[in-house]
Unconditional design. Structure first.
Length: 75
């Protein structure tokens, strides 16, 4: 993938490690901000809202009530 510099995001690529897990188990998220052509946005400084889409989502928690702000250190 090419690295580009832009302000807007067309989509987000979310990678979860491990790829299968149980409620209550900690996981790592890698969120990449991307353009329609698949290029990674290097200097994104906006917010993302993280939510769990599961029938029993009361068992899952996300940090900061689901809001995460990208900062320069994330790049």
């Amino acid at each position: 993938m090419n690295m580009v510099y832009a302000v807007e995001a067309d989509m987000f690529l979310v990678e979860v490690t491990p790829d299968t897990f149980q409620a209550g188990q900690a996981v790592d998220l890698k969120i990449s901000v991307m353009l329609d052509d698949g290029s990674i946005v290097k200097d994104y400084d906006g917010d993302v809202f993280i939510t769990v889409n599961h029938p029993d989502d009361t068992q899952y928690t996300v940090p900061s009530e689901g809001i995460y702000t990208f900062v320069a250190e994330n790049q």
